[in-house]
Design a protein around this ligand. Structure first.
Ligand code: ATP
Length: 610
Protein backbone atom coordinates (compact mmCIF):
# COMPACT_ATOMS: atom_id res chain seq x y z
CA UNK A 1 0.00 0.00 0.00
CA UNK A 2 1.21 3.52 -0.77
CA UNK A 3 2.25 5.46 2.28
CA UNK A 4 0.19 8.51 3.07
CA UNK A 5 1.75 11.94 2.68
CA UNK A 6 1.58 12.45 6.44
CA UNK A 7 3.43 9.16 7.04
CA UNK A 8 6.16 10.07 4.55
CA UNK A 9 6.61 13.44 6.21
CA UNK A 10 6.66 11.85 9.66
CA UNK A 11 9.53 9.57 8.59
CA UNK A 12 11.40 12.63 7.34
CA UNK A 13 11.47 14.08 10.84
CA UNK A 14 12.02 10.84 12.77
CA UNK A 15 15.40 9.88 14.21
CA UNK A 16 17.07 7.27 12.02
CA UNK A 17 15.13 8.14 8.86
CA UNK A 18 15.54 11.90 8.65
CA UNK A 19 15.41 13.30 5.15
CA UNK A 20 14.82 16.66 3.53
CA UNK A 21 11.66 16.96 1.49
CA UNK A 22 9.65 19.00 -0.96
CA UNK A 23 5.91 18.71 -0.42
CA UNK A 24 3.99 19.45 -3.62
CA UNK A 25 0.62 20.71 -2.57
CA UNK A 26 -1.83 22.41 -4.92
CA UNK A 27 -4.52 24.94 -4.18
CA UNK A 28 -6.77 24.13 -1.23
CA UNK A 29 -4.84 20.97 -0.41
CA UNK A 30 -4.42 21.96 3.21
CA UNK A 31 -0.80 23.06 3.30
CA UNK A 32 -1.19 24.96 6.56
CA UNK A 33 -2.96 21.97 8.11
CA UNK A 34 -0.17 19.56 7.04
CA UNK A 35 2.48 21.98 8.21
CA UNK A 36 0.91 22.35 11.64
CA UNK A 37 0.42 18.55 11.98
CA UNK A 38 4.08 18.02 11.10
CA UNK A 39 5.30 20.71 13.49
CA UNK A 40 3.32 19.15 16.32
CA UNK A 41 4.98 15.81 15.55
CA UNK A 42 8.38 17.50 15.65
CA UNK A 43 7.45 18.95 19.03
CA UNK A 44 6.43 15.50 20.33
CA UNK A 45 9.58 13.82 19.09
CA UNK A 46 12.20 16.51 19.65
CA UNK A 47 10.71 19.24 21.85
CA UNK A 48 12.29 18.15 25.15
CA UNK A 49 15.73 17.60 23.67
CA UNK A 50 15.77 20.94 21.84
CA UNK A 51 14.57 22.74 24.94
CA UNK A 52 17.56 21.46 26.92
CA UNK A 53 19.92 22.27 24.06
CA UNK A 54 18.32 25.69 23.49
CA UNK A 55 17.69 24.93 19.84
CA UNK A 56 14.62 25.79 17.79
CA UNK A 57 12.56 24.78 14.80
CA UNK A 58 12.48 27.49 12.12
CA UNK A 59 9.37 28.02 10.04
CA UNK A 60 9.43 30.57 7.24
CA UNK A 61 6.14 31.92 5.95
CA UNK A 62 5.30 34.37 3.19
CA UNK A 63 3.43 37.11 5.07
CA UNK A 64 3.12 38.47 8.59
CA UNK A 65 -0.52 37.32 8.60
CA UNK A 66 0.56 33.73 7.83
CA UNK A 67 3.21 33.96 10.57
CA UNK A 68 0.58 35.00 13.14
CA UNK A 69 -1.78 32.25 12.00
CA UNK A 70 0.82 29.51 12.41
CA UNK A 71 2.10 30.84 15.75
CA UNK A 72 -1.43 30.78 17.11
CA UNK A 73 -2.12 27.30 15.73
CA UNK A 74 1.02 26.13 17.54
CA UNK A 75 -0.29 27.58 20.80
CA UNK A 76 2.54 30.10 20.93
CA UNK A 77 5.08 27.36 21.72
CA UNK A 78 8.58 28.89 22.18
CA UNK A 79 10.09 25.86 20.44
CA UNK A 80 9.18 27.38 17.09
CA UNK A 81 10.68 30.44 15.48
CA UNK A 82 8.03 31.38 12.92
CA UNK A 83 8.87 34.40 10.79
CA UNK A 84 8.86 35.85 7.31
CA UNK A 85 11.89 35.24 5.14
CA UNK A 86 13.13 38.81 5.62
CA UNK A 87 13.02 38.56 9.42
CA UNK A 88 14.64 35.15 9.33
CA UNK A 89 17.55 36.20 7.14
CA UNK A 90 18.15 39.40 9.11
CA UNK A 91 18.06 37.47 12.36
CA UNK A 92 20.68 35.08 11.00
CA UNK A 93 23.09 37.69 9.63
CA UNK A 94 22.70 40.78 11.81
CA UNK A 95 25.48 39.95 14.25
CA UNK A 96 28.05 39.66 11.47
CA UNK A 97 28.30 43.36 10.78
CA UNK A 98 31.76 43.35 9.19
CA UNK A 99 30.65 40.66 6.75
CA UNK A 100 27.53 42.63 5.90
CA UNK A 101 29.72 45.62 5.10
CA UNK A 102 32.08 43.52 3.01
CA UNK A 103 29.27 42.09 0.89
CA UNK A 104 27.48 45.43 0.66
CA UNK A 105 30.64 47.01 -0.73
CA UNK A 106 31.25 44.08 -3.05
CA UNK A 107 27.76 44.45 -4.57
CA UNK A 108 28.16 48.20 -4.89
CA UNK A 109 31.55 47.78 -6.61
CA UNK A 110 30.00 45.28 -9.03
CA UNK A 111 27.14 47.69 -9.74
CA UNK A 112 29.65 50.49 -10.28
CA UNK A 113 31.69 48.42 -12.74
CA UNK A 114 28.57 47.42 -14.71
CA UNK A 115 27.39 51.01 -14.95
CA UNK A 116 30.85 52.22 -15.90
CA UNK A 117 30.92 49.73 -18.74
CA UNK A 118 27.48 50.80 -19.98
CA UNK A 119 28.45 54.48 -19.80
CA UNK A 120 31.69 53.92 -21.70
CA UNK A 121 30.03 51.78 -24.35
CA UNK A 122 27.11 54.15 -24.96
CA UNK A 123 27.19 55.61 -28.45
CA UNK A 124 24.74 58.38 -27.72
CA UNK A 125 26.15 60.49 -24.91
CA UNK A 126 23.05 62.59 -24.39
CA UNK A 127 20.30 59.96 -24.55
CA UNK A 128 17.88 59.16 -21.72
CA UNK A 129 19.47 55.79 -20.92
CA UNK A 130 22.96 57.29 -20.84
CA UNK A 131 21.92 60.10 -18.48
CA UNK A 132 19.99 57.65 -16.35
CA UNK A 133 23.09 55.47 -15.99
CA UNK A 134 25.25 58.48 -15.14
CA UNK A 135 22.76 59.40 -12.42
CA UNK A 136 22.84 55.84 -11.05
CA UNK A 137 26.64 55.81 -11.20
CA UNK A 138 26.86 59.00 -9.09
CA UNK A 139 24.48 57.47 -6.57
CA UNK A 140 26.58 54.31 -6.29
CA UNK A 141 29.77 56.34 -5.79
CA UNK A 142 28.05 58.31 -3.03
CA UNK A 143 26.74 55.21 -1.27
CA UNK A 144 30.20 53.60 -1.40
CA UNK A 145 31.72 56.72 0.21
CA UNK A 146 28.93 56.93 2.78
CA UNK A 147 29.07 53.31 3.76
CA UNK A 148 32.68 53.67 4.95
CA UNK A 149 31.29 55.68 7.87
CA UNK A 150 28.66 53.09 8.85
CA UNK A 151 29.50 51.18 12.03
CA UNK A 152 26.25 49.30 12.36
CA UNK A 153 23.69 48.41 9.72
CA UNK A 154 20.07 48.38 10.75
CA UNK A 155 16.96 46.93 9.14
CA UNK A 156 13.23 46.81 9.80
CA UNK A 157 11.54 43.87 8.01
CA UNK A 158 8.11 45.44 8.37
CA UNK A 159 8.63 49.01 7.31
CA UNK A 160 10.58 51.59 5.40
CA UNK A 161 14.31 51.68 5.75
CA UNK A 162 15.25 55.25 5.07
CA UNK A 163 18.03 55.76 7.63
CA UNK A 164 21.47 56.25 6.08
CA UNK A 165 22.71 52.99 7.63
CA UNK A 166 19.55 50.96 6.88
CA UNK A 167 19.54 48.09 4.41
CA UNK A 168 16.66 47.74 1.98
CA UNK A 169 14.53 44.58 1.83
CA UNK A 170 16.23 43.50 -1.40
CA UNK A 171 19.70 44.13 0.02
CA UNK A 172 19.05 41.97 3.09
CA UNK A 173 18.03 39.04 0.88
CA UNK A 174 20.89 39.52 -1.57
CA UNK A 175 23.56 39.90 1.11
CA UNK A 176 22.05 37.15 3.29
CA UNK A 177 21.92 34.66 0.44
CA UNK A 178 25.55 35.28 -0.52
CA UNK A 179 26.72 35.12 3.08
CA UNK A 180 25.04 31.74 3.55
CA UNK A 181 26.23 30.27 0.24
CA UNK A 182 29.85 31.33 0.71
CA UNK A 183 30.28 30.80 4.43
CA UNK A 184 30.28 27.22 5.62
CA UNK A 185 30.65 28.29 9.22
CA UNK A 186 27.47 30.33 9.00
CA UNK A 187 25.72 27.32 7.44
CA UNK A 188 26.89 25.20 10.36
CA UNK A 189 25.61 27.74 12.86
CA UNK A 190 22.18 27.84 11.16
CA UNK A 191 21.98 24.03 11.04
CA UNK A 192 22.92 23.78 14.72
CA UNK A 193 20.55 26.48 15.81
CA UNK A 194 17.67 25.23 13.66
CA UNK A 195 17.87 21.44 13.18
CA UNK A 196 14.58 21.67 11.25
CA UNK A 197 14.02 24.47 8.78
CA UNK A 198 10.64 24.48 7.00
CA UNK A 199 9.70 26.92 4.27
CA UNK A 200 6.07 27.49 3.34
CA UNK A 201 4.99 29.03 -0.02
CA UNK A 202 8.46 28.11 -1.23
CA UNK A 203 7.53 28.70 -4.87
CA UNK A 204 7.91 32.43 -4.27
CA UNK A 205 11.04 32.29 -2.09
CA UNK A 206 13.77 34.30 -3.78
CA UNK A 207 15.87 32.02 -5.96
CA UNK A 208 19.21 33.13 -4.45
CA UNK A 209 17.93 32.00 -1.07
CA UNK A 210 16.58 28.71 -2.38
CA UNK A 211 20.08 28.04 -3.69
CA UNK A 212 21.61 29.08 -0.35
CA UNK A 213 19.35 26.70 1.57
CA UNK A 214 20.08 23.89 -0.88
CA UNK A 215 23.81 24.46 -0.33
CA UNK A 216 23.31 24.37 3.43
CA UNK A 217 21.42 21.10 3.06
CA UNK A 218 24.09 19.61 0.79
CA UNK A 219 26.74 20.29 3.45
CA UNK A 220 24.82 19.58 6.64
CA UNK A 221 21.68 17.60 5.68
CA UNK A 222 21.20 14.13 7.19
CA UNK A 223 20.51 13.08 10.76
CA UNK A 224 21.29 16.51 12.19
CA UNK A 225 19.56 18.89 9.83
CA UNK A 226 16.36 18.60 7.80
CA UNK A 227 15.13 21.10 5.25
CA UNK A 228 11.48 21.03 4.22
CA UNK A 229 9.95 22.97 1.36
CA UNK A 230 6.20 23.23 1.02
CA UNK A 231 4.90 24.76 -2.12
CA UNK A 232 2.88 24.86 -5.26
CA UNK A 233 4.68 25.75 -8.48
CA UNK A 234 1.35 26.53 -10.07
CA UNK A 235 0.96 29.43 -7.68
CA UNK A 236 4.35 31.05 -8.35
CA UNK A 237 3.33 34.56 -9.19
CA UNK A 238 6.44 36.60 -8.47
CA UNK A 239 9.29 36.60 -10.92
CA UNK A 240 12.07 36.15 -8.42
CA UNK A 241 11.05 32.64 -7.34
CA UNK A 242 13.10 29.63 -8.53
CA UNK A 243 11.67 28.56 -11.90
CA UNK A 244 13.59 25.31 -12.07
CA UNK A 245 12.87 24.08 -8.57
CA UNK A 246 11.32 20.79 -9.65
CA UNK A 247 14.40 19.89 -11.65
CA UNK A 248 16.98 20.84 -9.03
CA UNK A 249 15.55 18.97 -6.07
CA UNK A 250 18.20 16.40 -5.02
CA UNK A 251 17.22 12.80 -5.86
CA UNK A 252 17.56 11.66 -2.25
CA UNK A 253 14.83 14.00 -1.00
CA UNK A 254 11.28 12.83 -0.46
CA UNK A 255 8.82 14.54 -2.81
CA UNK A 256 5.29 13.64 -1.72
CA UNK A 257 2.28 15.11 -3.51
CA UNK A 258 -1.02 16.12 -1.84
CA UNK A 259 -3.66 15.22 -4.40
CA UNK A 260 -6.81 16.42 -2.66
CA UNK A 261 -8.40 19.83 -2.88
CA UNK A 262 -10.40 20.27 0.31
CA UNK A 263 -11.56 23.76 -0.57
CA UNK A 264 -13.35 23.90 -3.88
CA UNK A 265 -16.48 22.31 -5.29
CA UNK A 266 -16.15 19.84 -8.16
CA UNK A 267 -16.71 22.16 -11.11
CA UNK A 268 -14.12 24.63 -9.83
CA UNK A 269 -11.57 21.83 -9.39
CA UNK A 270 -12.30 20.61 -12.92
CA UNK A 271 -11.51 24.09 -14.23
CA UNK A 272 -8.36 24.46 -12.14
CA UNK A 273 -7.17 21.01 -13.23
CA UNK A 274 -7.58 22.06 -16.86
CA UNK A 275 -5.72 25.33 -16.28
CA UNK A 276 -2.91 23.61 -14.41
CA UNK A 277 -2.45 20.73 -16.86
CA UNK A 278 0.03 22.72 -18.86
CA UNK A 279 1.81 24.21 -15.85
CA UNK A 280 2.87 21.09 -14.00
CA UNK A 281 2.78 17.36 -14.40
CA UNK A 282 0.87 15.41 -11.73
CA UNK A 283 -1.11 18.54 -11.00
CA UNK A 284 -4.53 16.94 -11.16
CA UNK A 285 -6.48 17.28 -7.93
CA UNK A 286 -9.45 15.34 -6.60
CA UNK A 287 -12.39 16.86 -4.80
CA UNK A 288 -13.19 15.76 -1.26
CA UNK A 289 -15.82 13.03 -1.01
CA UNK A 290 -18.66 15.27 0.13
CA UNK A 291 -17.87 18.12 -2.28
CA UNK A 292 -20.83 19.72 -4.01
CA UNK A 293 -21.03 20.26 -7.75
CA UNK A 294 -20.44 24.05 -7.65
CA UNK A 295 -20.60 26.64 -10.42
CA UNK A 296 -18.33 28.44 -12.84
CA UNK A 297 -19.45 30.98 -15.40
CA UNK A 298 -17.54 33.20 -17.82
CA UNK A 299 -18.95 36.61 -18.75
CA UNK A 300 -17.38 38.25 -21.79
CA UNK A 301 -18.22 41.94 -21.72
CA UNK A 302 -17.73 43.75 -25.01
CA UNK A 303 -15.70 46.94 -24.48
CA UNK A 304 -17.61 50.12 -25.06
CA UNK A 305 -16.45 53.61 -24.07
CA UNK A 306 -19.93 54.57 -22.93
CA UNK A 307 -20.50 51.67 -20.58
CA UNK A 308 -20.77 51.85 -16.84
CA UNK A 309 -18.58 49.07 -15.49
CA UNK A 310 -20.19 49.07 -12.04
CA UNK A 311 -23.55 48.39 -13.65
CA UNK A 312 -22.08 45.62 -15.79
CA UNK A 313 -20.53 43.97 -12.75
CA UNK A 314 -23.76 44.32 -10.78
CA UNK A 315 -25.48 42.54 -13.69
CA UNK A 316 -22.93 39.74 -13.52
CA UNK A 317 -23.60 39.35 -9.80
CA UNK A 318 -27.34 39.29 -10.44
CA UNK A 319 -26.92 36.70 -13.17
CA UNK A 320 -24.88 34.53 -10.78
CA UNK A 321 -27.65 34.81 -8.22
CA UNK A 322 -30.13 33.46 -10.78
CA UNK A 323 -27.78 30.76 -12.00
CA UNK A 324 -26.82 29.45 -8.58
CA UNK A 325 -30.05 30.20 -6.73
CA UNK A 326 -27.83 31.64 -4.01
CA UNK A 327 -29.22 34.94 -2.70
CA UNK A 328 -25.87 35.87 -1.26
CA UNK A 329 -24.69 36.67 -4.77
CA UNK A 330 -25.42 40.33 -4.16
CA UNK A 331 -23.58 43.65 -4.22
CA UNK A 332 -24.74 44.18 -0.64
CA UNK A 333 -23.39 42.56 2.50
CA UNK A 334 -19.79 41.61 1.60
CA UNK A 335 -20.71 38.03 0.65
CA UNK A 336 -18.99 38.08 -2.74
CA UNK A 337 -15.25 38.63 -3.13
CA UNK A 338 -14.41 40.66 -6.21
CA UNK A 339 -10.85 40.27 -7.43
CA UNK A 340 -9.31 43.01 -9.55
CA UNK A 341 -5.93 42.98 -11.24
CA UNK A 342 -4.66 46.00 -9.33
CA UNK A 343 -5.62 48.19 -6.41
CA UNK A 344 -6.43 51.18 -8.59
CA UNK A 345 -9.27 49.22 -10.22
CA UNK A 346 -10.78 48.62 -6.78
CA UNK A 347 -10.16 52.26 -5.86
CA UNK A 348 -12.21 53.41 -8.88
CA UNK A 349 -15.03 51.05 -8.08
CA UNK A 350 -15.11 51.89 -4.41
CA UNK A 351 -14.61 55.64 -4.86
CA UNK A 352 -11.21 56.46 -3.35
CA UNK A 353 -9.19 56.77 -6.53
CA UNK A 354 -8.16 60.43 -6.09
CA UNK A 355 -6.78 59.89 -2.62
CA UNK A 356 -5.09 56.59 -3.50
CA UNK A 357 -3.88 57.92 -6.85
CA UNK A 358 -1.81 60.52 -4.99
CA UNK A 359 -0.70 58.55 -1.94
CA UNK A 360 0.46 55.50 -3.87
CA UNK A 361 3.24 57.57 -5.45
CA UNK A 362 4.68 58.72 -2.13
CA UNK A 363 8.00 56.93 -1.73
CA UNK A 364 7.94 57.06 2.05
CA UNK A 365 4.66 55.13 2.07
CA UNK A 366 5.60 52.57 -0.55
CA UNK A 367 5.95 49.69 1.92
CA UNK A 368 3.31 50.72 4.41
CA UNK A 369 0.35 52.28 2.59
CA UNK A 370 -1.41 49.06 1.65
CA UNK A 371 -0.57 47.46 4.97
CA UNK A 372 -2.44 50.26 6.75
CA UNK A 373 0.72 51.21 8.61
CA UNK A 374 1.12 54.87 7.66
CA UNK A 375 1.45 56.65 11.03
CA UNK A 376 0.46 59.98 9.48
CA UNK A 377 -3.00 58.51 8.86
CA UNK A 378 -3.56 57.29 12.43
CA UNK A 379 -5.51 60.44 13.28
CA UNK A 380 -8.15 59.15 10.85
CA UNK A 381 -7.89 55.38 10.99
CA UNK A 382 -7.15 54.83 14.67
CA UNK A 383 -8.87 57.82 16.26
CA UNK A 384 -11.52 59.82 14.39
CA UNK A 385 -13.08 57.02 12.31
CA UNK A 386 -13.39 54.50 15.17
CA UNK A 387 -14.84 57.30 17.31
CA UNK A 388 -17.45 58.15 14.69
CA UNK A 389 -18.23 54.44 14.25
CA UNK A 390 -18.73 53.94 17.96
CA UNK A 391 -20.98 56.99 18.20
CA UNK A 392 -23.07 55.82 15.26
CA UNK A 393 -23.42 52.36 16.74
CA UNK A 394 -24.34 53.84 20.11
CA UNK A 395 -21.29 52.20 21.67
CA UNK A 396 -20.71 55.04 24.11
CA UNK A 397 -18.35 53.06 26.29
CA UNK A 398 -15.92 52.53 23.44
CA UNK A 399 -16.19 56.18 22.43
CA UNK A 400 -15.51 57.28 25.99
CA UNK A 401 -12.52 54.98 26.31
CA UNK A 402 -11.04 56.35 23.10
CA UNK A 403 -11.49 59.90 24.31
CA UNK A 404 -10.10 59.16 27.76
CA UNK A 405 -7.01 57.57 26.25
CA UNK A 406 -6.32 59.94 23.38
CA UNK A 407 -8.30 63.16 23.51
CA UNK A 408 -6.68 66.18 25.17
CA UNK A 409 -10.24 67.13 26.18
CA UNK A 410 -10.67 64.18 28.51
CA UNK A 411 -7.19 62.87 29.12
CA UNK A 412 -6.64 65.18 32.09
CA UNK A 413 -10.17 66.04 33.01
CA UNK A 414 -10.00 68.70 35.75
CA UNK A 415 -12.39 67.65 38.53
CA UNK A 416 -13.66 71.21 39.16
CA UNK A 417 -14.62 71.62 35.49
CA UNK A 418 -15.82 68.10 34.78
CA UNK A 419 -19.43 68.98 34.02
CA UNK A 420 -18.53 71.93 31.81
CA UNK A 421 -15.95 69.89 29.89
CA UNK A 422 -18.24 66.94 29.37
CA UNK A 423 -21.08 69.01 28.01
CA UNK A 424 -18.67 70.82 25.66
CA UNK A 425 -17.38 67.44 24.59
CA UNK A 426 -20.90 66.20 23.91
CA UNK A 427 -21.48 69.19 21.65
CA UNK A 428 -18.31 68.41 19.69
CA UNK A 429 -19.29 64.77 19.32
CA UNK A 430 -22.78 65.68 18.14
CA UNK A 431 -21.20 67.90 15.50
CA UNK A 432 -18.84 65.14 14.44
CA UNK A 433 -21.61 62.60 14.15
CA UNK A 434 -23.72 64.90 12.02
CA UNK A 435 -20.93 65.53 9.51
CA UNK A 436 -21.64 64.35 6.00
CA UNK A 437 -18.31 62.67 5.27
CA UNK A 438 -19.16 62.53 1.58
CA UNK A 439 -19.18 66.32 1.41
CA UNK A 440 -16.84 67.49 4.16
CA UNK A 441 -13.32 67.86 2.81
CA UNK A 442 -10.24 66.43 4.48
CA UNK A 443 -9.21 70.02 5.20
CA UNK A 444 -12.51 70.90 6.90
CA UNK A 445 -12.47 67.65 8.85
CA UNK A 446 -8.96 68.22 10.18
CA UNK A 447 -9.62 71.89 10.95
CA UNK A 448 -12.58 70.83 13.03
CA UNK A 449 -10.38 68.48 15.03
CA UNK A 450 -7.76 71.19 15.54
CA UNK A 451 -10.28 73.87 16.57
CA UNK A 452 -12.21 71.60 18.94
CA UNK A 453 -8.98 70.07 20.30
CA UNK A 454 -10.62 66.66 19.96
CA UNK A 455 -7.30 64.94 19.17
CA UNK A 456 -3.74 66.07 18.67
CA UNK A 457 -3.25 66.48 14.94
CA UNK A 458 0.28 65.60 13.77
CA UNK A 459 2.49 68.53 12.73
CA UNK A 460 2.69 67.28 9.14
CA UNK A 461 -1.08 67.63 8.72
CA UNK A 462 -1.15 70.98 10.49
CA UNK A 463 1.47 72.17 8.00
CA UNK A 464 -0.56 70.74 5.13
CA UNK A 465 -3.56 72.73 6.36
CA UNK A 466 -1.71 75.99 6.34
CA UNK A 467 0.55 75.98 3.27
CA UNK A 468 -0.62 76.30 -0.30
CA UNK A 469 0.26 73.71 -2.89
CA UNK A 470 1.68 76.37 -5.19
CA UNK A 471 4.28 77.36 -2.62
CA UNK A 472 5.72 73.83 -2.51
CA UNK A 473 8.00 71.86 -4.77
CA UNK A 474 7.12 68.19 -4.93
CA UNK A 475 10.70 66.98 -5.02
CA UNK A 476 11.60 68.89 -1.83
CA UNK A 477 8.94 67.36 0.36
CA UNK A 478 6.84 64.76 -1.37
CA UNK A 479 4.91 63.81 1.77
CA UNK A 480 3.76 67.34 2.56
CA UNK A 481 3.08 67.90 -1.14
CA UNK A 482 0.88 64.81 -1.26
CA UNK A 483 -1.12 65.81 1.81
CA UNK A 484 -1.59 69.34 0.47
CA UNK A 485 -2.83 67.79 -2.78
CA UNK A 486 -5.54 65.74 -1.07
CA UNK A 487 -6.84 68.45 1.27
CA UNK A 488 -9.84 69.33 -0.87
CA UNK A 489 -11.02 65.75 -1.40
CA UNK A 490 -14.00 64.52 0.61
CA UNK A 491 -12.92 62.71 3.74
CA UNK A 492 -15.06 59.72 2.72
CA UNK A 493 -12.22 58.77 0.35
CA UNK A 494 -9.99 58.03 3.34
CA UNK A 495 -12.84 56.13 5.03
CA UNK A 496 -13.25 53.96 1.93
CA UNK A 497 -9.52 53.48 1.48
CA UNK A 498 -9.28 52.47 5.11
CA UNK A 499 -12.08 49.92 4.76
CA UNK A 500 -10.42 48.49 1.67
CA UNK A 501 -7.00 47.93 3.21
CA UNK A 502 -8.56 46.42 6.31
CA UNK A 503 -10.30 43.83 4.16
CA UNK A 504 -13.71 45.33 4.98
CA UNK A 505 -14.76 45.66 1.38
CA UNK A 506 -15.79 43.24 -1.31
CA UNK A 507 -12.57 43.84 -3.20
CA UNK A 508 -9.14 42.23 -3.28
CA UNK A 509 -6.46 41.74 -5.92
CA UNK A 510 -5.63 38.54 -7.80
CA UNK A 511 -2.22 38.44 -6.09
CA UNK A 512 -3.27 39.77 -2.69
CA UNK A 513 -5.70 36.92 -1.99
CA UNK A 514 -3.02 34.26 -2.22
CA UNK A 515 -3.68 31.77 0.58
CA UNK A 516 -7.26 32.97 1.22
CA UNK A 517 -10.65 31.43 0.35
CA UNK A 518 -14.19 32.74 -0.17
CA UNK A 519 -17.56 31.13 -0.87
CA UNK A 520 -18.32 33.28 -3.94
CA UNK A 521 -15.67 34.87 -6.13
CA UNK A 522 -15.95 37.27 -9.05
CA UNK A 523 -12.66 37.65 -10.94
CA UNK A 524 -12.50 40.82 -13.03
CA UNK A 525 -10.12 40.91 -15.96
CA UNK A 526 -9.69 44.20 -17.76
CA UNK A 527 -6.47 44.57 -19.70
CA UNK A 528 -7.31 48.14 -20.75
CA UNK A 529 -7.82 49.33 -17.21
CA UNK A 530 -4.87 47.59 -15.61
CA UNK A 531 -1.22 48.21 -16.13
CA UNK A 532 0.69 45.09 -15.23
CA UNK A 533 3.57 44.44 -17.58
CA UNK A 534 4.29 40.97 -16.21
CA UNK A 535 0.84 39.58 -16.94
CA UNK A 536 -1.29 39.63 -20.06
CA UNK A 537 -4.69 37.97 -20.20
CA UNK A 538 -5.11 38.93 -23.86
CA UNK A 539 -2.25 36.59 -24.69
CA UNK A 540 -3.61 33.87 -22.40
CA UNK A 541 -7.02 34.07 -24.10
CA UNK A 542 -5.56 34.09 -27.61
CA UNK A 543 -6.57 37.68 -28.42
CA UNK A 544 -3.01 38.97 -28.73
CA UNK A 545 -0.10 37.10 -30.33
CA UNK A 546 3.09 36.33 -28.44
CA UNK A 547 5.75 39.06 -28.62
CA UNK A 548 9.18 38.43 -30.12
CA UNK A 549 10.58 38.32 -26.57
CA UNK A 550 7.99 35.67 -25.62
CA UNK A 551 8.86 33.63 -28.70
CA UNK A 552 12.59 33.86 -27.97
CA UNK A 553 12.02 32.95 -24.33
CA UNK A 554 9.96 29.96 -25.37
CA UNK A 555 12.70 28.82 -27.77
CA UNK A 556 15.21 29.00 -24.92
CA UNK A 557 12.90 26.96 -22.69
CA UNK A 558 12.16 29.97 -20.51
CA UNK A 559 8.71 30.94 -19.37
CA UNK A 560 6.61 33.53 -21.20
CA UNK A 561 3.93 36.01 -20.17
CA UNK A 562 1.37 33.27 -20.89
CA UNK A 563 2.68 30.90 -18.23
CA UNK A 564 2.92 33.69 -15.67
CA UNK A 565 -0.64 34.82 -16.41
CA UNK A 566 -1.90 31.25 -16.35
CA UNK A 567 -0.53 30.83 -12.81
CA UNK A 568 -2.14 34.08 -11.70
CA UNK A 569 -5.42 32.90 -13.20
CA UNK A 570 -5.05 29.59 -11.36
CA UNK A 571 -4.52 31.40 -8.04
CA UNK A 572 -7.55 33.67 -8.59
CA UNK A 573 -9.94 30.87 -9.64
CA UNK A 574 -8.96 28.51 -6.84
CA UNK A 575 -9.97 31.01 -4.14
CA UNK A 576 -13.63 30.10 -4.68
CA UNK A 577 -15.23 27.41 -2.54
CA UNK A 578 -18.63 27.14 -4.21
CA UNK A 579 -19.19 29.49 -7.12
CA UNK A 580 -16.89 31.36 -9.42
CA UNK A 581 -17.70 34.07 -11.96
CA UNK A 582 -15.10 35.49 -14.30
CA UNK A 583 -15.86 38.78 -16.05
CA UNK A 584 -13.56 39.74 -18.91
CA UNK A 585 -13.75 43.15 -20.60
CA UNK A 586 -12.69 42.62 -24.18
CA UNK A 587 -12.87 43.80 -27.79
CA UNK A 588 -12.95 40.19 -28.95
CA UNK A 589 -15.40 38.05 -26.98
CA UNK A 590 -15.73 35.58 -29.87
CA UNK A 591 -12.00 34.81 -29.94
CA UNK A 592 -11.91 34.32 -26.18
CA UNK A 593 -14.89 32.00 -26.40
CA UNK A 594 -13.13 29.93 -29.04
CA UNK A 595 -9.92 29.72 -26.98
CA UNK A 596 -11.53 28.74 -23.70
CA UNK A 597 -13.85 26.16 -25.22
CA UNK A 598 -10.97 24.70 -27.24
CA UNK A 599 -8.92 24.47 -24.00
CA UNK A 600 -11.90 22.76 -22.42
CA UNK A 601 -11.92 25.34 -19.63
CA UNK A 602 -15.62 26.22 -20.09
CA UNK A 603 -18.54 24.61 -21.92
CA UNK A 604 -20.30 26.97 -24.32
CA UNK A 605 -23.37 27.13 -22.08
CA UNK A 606 -21.11 28.38 -19.30
CA UNK A 607 -20.21 31.47 -21.33
CA UNK A 608 -22.31 34.62 -21.72
CA UNK A 609 -21.43 37.47 -24.03
CA UNK A 610 -22.76 40.77 -22.69
N1 ATP B 1 -7.41 17.29 6.07
C1 ATP B 1 -8.40 18.16 5.86
N2 ATP B 1 -9.68 17.78 5.98
C2 ATP B 1 -10.68 18.63 5.76
N3 ATP B 1 -10.53 19.92 5.42
C3 ATP B 1 -9.28 20.37 5.28
C4 ATP B 1 -8.15 19.52 5.49
N4 ATP B 1 -7.05 20.23 5.26
C5 ATP B 1 -7.47 21.48 4.93
N5 ATP B 1 -8.80 21.57 4.96
C6 ATP B 1 -9.61 22.76 4.63
O1 ATP B 1 -9.44 23.04 3.25
C7 ATP B 1 -9.32 24.43 3.02
C8 ATP B 1 -8.01 24.74 2.32
O2 ATP B 1 -6.93 24.55 3.21
P1 ATP B 1 -5.66 25.52 3.19
O3 ATP B 1 -6.13 26.93 3.18
O4 ATP B 1 -4.71 25.08 4.23
O5 ATP B 1 -5.11 25.16 1.76
P2 ATP B 1 -3.77 25.60 1.06
O6 ATP B 1 -3.07 24.36 0.67
O7 ATP B 1 -3.03 26.58 1.91
O8 ATP B 1 -4.36 26.29 -0.23
P3 ATP B 1 -3.82 27.50 -1.14
O9 ATP B 1 -2.42 27.20 -1.50
O10 ATP B 1 -4.74 27.45 -2.31
O11 ATP B 1 -4.02 28.75 -0.36
C9 ATP B 1 -9.46 25.10 4.38
O12 ATP B 1 -10.80 25.51 4.53
C10 ATP B 1 -9.11 23.99 5.35
O13 ATP B 1 -9.77 24.17 6.59
Amino acid sequence: MNKSVDNILEECITKGSRKSFFLFAGAGSGKTHSLVVLLNKIRDKWGQKFKIENRHVAVITYTNAATDEIISRLNYSPLFHVSTIHSFVWNVIQSYQSDIKKYYLRFKEEEKAELEEKINKARKKDGKTYLNNVGKFDKVIKSIAKIETVHKFIYNPNGNNFEYNALSHAEVIKIGAKMIVENKLLQKIIAQQYPFLLIDESQDTKKELVQAFFELERNFGGENFTLGFIGDQKQRIYTDGEERITTIIPKEWETPVKPMNYRCDKRIIKLSNKISESIEQNATQNPRENAEEGFVHLYLIRNNDEMNKFEKEANVVLSMKELTGDDKWSMEGNNVKILTLEHMMAARRLGFEDFFGIMRHVDKYSQTLLQGKVDDMDIFSKLSFPLIDSLKKGDNLNALNLLKSYSPLLMNLPSDKAYETLSKCQEILDGLQKMDLGRVTIKEFLKNIVVTNLFNVPQLLIDALSVSLESLEEQNDEVLYAWCSVMNLPVIQIVKFNNYINGNSMFGTHQGVKGLEFDRVLVIIDEKESNMPLFNYNKLFGVEPLSTTDINNRKEGKETTIERTMRLFYVACTRARHSLAIAVYTDNPEIIKQTVTRNDWFDSDEISIM
